[in-house]
Design a protein around this ligand. Structure first.
Ligand code: 9RB
Ligand code: ZN
Length: 370
């Protein structure tokens, strides 16, 4: 089945400046100029591995375009769009608003290219040119709400694509599964009162944003029941995530019967990631993807489209992304995870009682999905 792939060099040109990890330089506070944790290196290395492994030959390259203002304004306020543009127009760029989400000079157009690239990929899937796809976009989007950028996110790429699918592509029911290790708060907020978009986030409990993504956040008004959260304890590994897939994500998808499944594909739950404390390996991403590909095949003619989100370890995330993409494309590069042996002892953690309990709490809400 043909798999679409969106990438553009401009995604690497979103300049996150000289923040040292998460914080802007401040010599008096002992913070030197350095590299922001969300710099372009990991994204570049993902693309390079997709190319070097030969997988690129099996993919249908799809050229991104900038999201139109109409497409952006289905999700964001005009003030928010203007704020990002104003920061981006400044000679030295600026910040998106939370003090640790850099906006480089010209990042406005790049963020529109990310949202437009995913939207174009969803269009090609809806038209049947490709069955599914992956947009290796940057900057990420899932923390951005209608009127606030945060957590390195400027525009909510996946929300723009979801609204386009509903408005222009005849796909009324959209399921968004977010496996990024951080809570998909922006996506959840945008659709919180909307029963036509089911949002499901599996994340490390209380990691980021602070106090966000509790299991009790279950939707509001007409959308009550259509937001699901699976906050998992730090240290959750392969068994815990697959249990969450089987107990929460798959039953919810079956009940919702979406016309399209969107995946917020963050890889920062990997065992080596600097911004969280989960313990997933490339094989976990492979197996989660297999389950989602099967669900999409069962429910919506295979329509499954992934947007890249977080993932900050430059030497491991590419192997996680490759495993995910092989499964999405239904092919193999015969390149095993070179770190599998390194983590075999400590990342093979069994499902522990406190993890099972957290998942059960979320599973009890699945029946509210109609
Ligand atoms: C700095 C700072 N200062 N303060 C008060 C807070 C709460 C700070 N955290 N910043 C963070 C921490 C983690 C992320 C992850 C983003 C991602 O990968 N999403 O998928 C973004 C910003
Ligand atoms: Zn993340």
């Amino acid at each position: 089945m043909p798999t679409g792939y969106v990438f553009h060099p401009h995604y690497l040109w979103h300049d996150t400046g000289t923040s040292d990890g998460l914080l802007p330089p401040d010599p008096s506070a002992g913070i030197p100029p350095g590299a922001h944790v969300g710099n372009a290196d990991t994204t570049r290395r993902i693309h390079d591995l997709i190319h070097a492994s030969g997988l690129l030959r099996d993919l249908v390259a799809i050229e991104p375009r900038e999201a139109t203002m109409t497409e952006l304004l289905r999700v964001h306020t005009s003030d928010h769009v203007q704020h990002i543009k104003d920061q981006s127009d400044q000679r030295g760029g600026g910040d998106a608003g939370d003090g640790y989400s850099p906006v480089g000079r010209g990042s406005y157009r790049i963020a529109r290219l990310a949202a437009g690239g995913l939207t174009e990929l969803v269009t090609r899937v809806a038209e049947g040119e490709v069955t599914n796809g992956y947009a290796l976009t940057r900057p990420p989007g899932h923390h951005a709400t209608a009127d606030h950028a945060m957590g390195f996110c400027l525009f909510n790429t996946i929300a723009v694509a979801a609204r386009h699918a509903q408005a222009q592509l005849g796909l009324p029911r959209i399921a968004i599964v977010d496996v990024d290790v951080h809570h998909g708060n922006g996506t959840q907020a945008i659709f919180y009162a909307d029963p036509t978009v089911l949002t499901i986030s599996i994340h490390q409990a209380n990691c980021f944003p602070p106090n966000s993504g509790h299991v009790r956040e279950n939707g509001a008004g007409p959308g009550a029941g259509y937001a699901l959260n699976v906050p998992l304890p730090a240290g959750t590994g392969h068994a815990g995530y697959l249990h969450a897939m089987h107990q929460v994500v798959l039953p919810a998808l079956d009940r919702f019967a979406p016309d399209l499944i969107l995946l917020a594909a963050g890889f920062d739950a990997n065992v080596f990631d600097p911004l969280a404390r989960q313990m997933l390996t490339a094989d976990t991403y492979r197996q989660m993807t297999r389950l989602l590909v099967d669900a999409a095949g069962r429910l919506c003619d295979g329509r499954l489209v992934a947007a890249h989100e977080g993932g900050y370890n430059p030497w491991y995330v590419p192997h996680c992304a490759l495993a995910f993409l092989e499964e999405l494309a239904g092919t193999t590069t015969h390149l095993p995870d070179p770190y599998a042996a390194v983590v075999a002892g400590y990342a093979a953690e069994p499902l522990l009682p406190h993890q099972r309990d957290a998942i059960e709490a979320a599973a009890q809400l699945v029946d509210r999905v109609k």
